[in-house]
Design a binder for this molecule. Structure first.
Ligand code: NAD
Length: 434
């Protein structure tokens, strides 16, 4: 085998080229020694026969080695997926986490892996915000043995391959185009990820055997113009104030269809303004921190009649506990071969903190930790999709999931600021390009 490979080097890489050179050589020989023609013809024929068989052997080896190396590549991808999906505790869950390189997805994946569940992550690493932060989260996950595949939830072939490789018990679907204001700039991205992508993912779940139970992130934004407080799951959600909210509400309707027709077990979680270490740079607490450190002004919106905006800020660890509880209490899907065999669970829960804090209070907590006074630019909230306040009623989640948020905004922001300074360093005071 080795000798063959060495010999290969003396041959041109395309067989056709060898033939041309050889034909020229034989022709020249025939003219010079026409008297010994029959004997030479015999040798020439023998030589050509040898050459032909050698070339076909070489071409066979070349093709099979390509085949072998491509199956090794396939094998290593498949093996990585299988290894990552393997739980390390008895009866551990096997979870496909979409949006695993995102803020909530990375935290949830780590928490699940820590208790011994098998996790496979999927994320398209889009550039809605700095992809290097997503890559850093992926490295963190990788250090814990979690494989995050770079791929899109709209890729039906990839999803099929993953479901063929692994019998996922659950899907924690967190991939989405997040953010309210960005919809003015790029509305298609919301339809791509939050509507089309969701349908592609649910199709894969429906066709999988066994079907996984699906837990996914909706949003408090579905309450839109509802002004009954605190927001309860029974309140109306048919008045969205942004395209983001409309796609999340659409997601609730779409998941209901897959529950109703195909027997998928569905749990929708309406998160309320999640914050914490490894958070999202597009969110106010994050961009305020950056600007305050860089001594740049921050824009603080105010509602009508000078009313301060307020949010039910929820610390990441509390949200993760809610996600894990939702996975643990999810019943199995009932469909087989894409056909519903009986009624399946359909649930929706608020996951908030139940204690809204005004934006000026958020700023003063940050000023205190950063030891820098913010340059506030206070303006009336433009009509770009933001709502004046959010406030969660979490009774249902408390009763059915045992959900009990523990971290208040002061404690949570302290942890965030500590992480921020260690991740970006104090050099962010001079400005950083992200
Ligand atoms: N953070 C919050 O305050 C909050 C509030 C309410 C709801 N949510 C929802 O929670 C989920 C997680 O939010 P987050 O704050 O972690 O956001 P995030 O943007 O940090 O995470 C989402 C991840 O999904 C990935 N993604 C987007 N489209 C994708 C696609 N088509 N295919 C594959 N990957 C894709 C992104 O690259 C990103 O890493 C989202 O569904 C979001 O809408 C978040």
């Amino acid at each position: 085998m080795r000798a063959l490979v060495d010999d290969d080097d003396s041959f041109p890489s395309t067989p056709g080229k060898t033939k041309i050179i050889d034909r020229g050589g034989s022709h020249h020989h025939r003219h010079r020694h026409s008297l010994v023609f029959p004997r030479h013809l015999l040798w020439t024929l023998l030589f050509l026969a040898f050459l032909a068989s050698y070339l076909s052997l070489r071409s066979f080896l070349h093709t099979s080695s390509r085949y072998l190396s491509s199956s090794f590549a396939t094998l290593s991808f498949d093996n990585r997926v299988r290894a990552s999906a393997e739980p390390t505790r008895p009866d551990g869950l096997v979870v496909l986490v979409t949006g695993a390189a995102g803020f909530v997805g990375s935290h949830a994946s780590l928490a699940l892996a820590k208790r011994g569940d098998g996790i496979v992550g999927l994320d398209n690493f889009n550039s809605y915000y700095d992809p290097s932060l997503k890559k850093a989260r992926r490295s963190l996950l990788s250090s814990q043995g979690i494989f995050v595949i770079e791929g899109d939830i709209n890729d039906a072939k990839l999803l099929k391959r993953l479901f063929d490789l692994v019998s996922f018990t659950h899907v924690l679907h967190l991939a989405a185009q997040a953010g309210v204001r960005y919809a003015i700039q790029n509305p298609d991205s919301y339809v791509h990820s939050n509507v089309a992508g969701l349908v592609t993912l649910l199709e894969a779940c429906k066709n999988a055997n066994p079907q996984p139970a699906v837990v996914w992130a909706s949003s408090s934004s579905v309450y839109g113009l509802n002004d009954e407080v605190p927001f309860s799951e029974v309140h109306r959600t048919d008045q969205p104030a942004s395209l983001y909210a409309a796609t999340k509400k659409t997601g609730e309707a779409i998941t209901h269809v897959y529950n109703h027709i195909y027997g998928l077990s569905i749990t929708g979680l309406r998160f309320f303004t999640v914050y914490g270490p490894w958070g999202r740079p597009d969110m106010a607490y994050f961009s305020f921190t950056r600007n305050i450190l860089q001594k740049k002004p921050i824009t603080v919106y105010r509602g009508k009649d000078h009313v301060d905006l307020a949010r039910d800020f929820t610390y990441i660890d509390d949200i993760v506990k809610g996600c894990v509880a939702a996975l643990d209490t999810a019943e199995k899907s009932t469909g087989i071969g894409g056909i519903k065999m009986g009624p399946a669970q359909y649930r929706i829960y608020n996951l908030g903190n139940t204690s809204p804090v005004t934006v000026p209070t958020l700023v003063s907590i940050l000023e205190n930790y950063l030891k820098v006074k913010a340059k506030k630019h206070v303006i009336e909230m433009p009509g770009n999709g933001d709502v004046p306040f959010t406030h969660a009623n979490i009774t249902l989640a408390r009763v059915e999931l045992g959900y009990k948020p523990k971290t208040n905004l002061e404690e949570g922001l302290k942890k965030f600021v500590k992480w921020y300074l260690s991740y970006y360093g104090y050099s962010s005071r001079k400005g950083r390009n992200w």
